[in-house]
Write a protein that binds this ligand. Structure first.
Ligand SMILES: [Cu+2]
Length: 105
């Protein structure tokens, strides 16, 4: 569930759908966002059941209760995968496919 649904003023990001691209494309799409502090951030993929299947990540996670394993376990039990309402917190762009790490297939 996006944090903005429970707190409209909360910090957070939402890239919108960023497709992985196809074999014939020469660029890949990107989402760049600033990280200006050490506050833990918890991010999930809102596509299909990806969140529940483990497509989650953390930035500035710690070894306490705010860690990736706990977040991944909680995500697996989510009853719905809900995208945020509004694009927020970053800039979409693209880079040459050859510069992507790891390179897309
Ligand atoms: Cu995904």
């Amino acid at each position: 569930m996006p944090v903005q649904q429970s707190d409209p003023n909360a910090a957070g990001i939402h890239s919108g759908f960023v497709p992985g691209g196809s074999a014939n494309e020469t660029t890949v799409q990107t989402f760049d966002m600033p990280i200006n502090d050490t506050t833990p951030m918890f991010i999930y993929c809102a596509q299909g059941p990806h969140c529940q299947l483990g497509m989650v990540m953390t930035i500035n996670a710690n070894n306490g209760t705010e860690n990736l394993a706990a977040y991944k376990a909680a995500a697996a039990n989510a009853t719905a995968n809900v995208p945020a309402n509004n694009f927020k917190g970053g800039v979409r762009g693209s880079i040459p496919k050859a510069d992507a790490v790891p390179p897309p297939v």
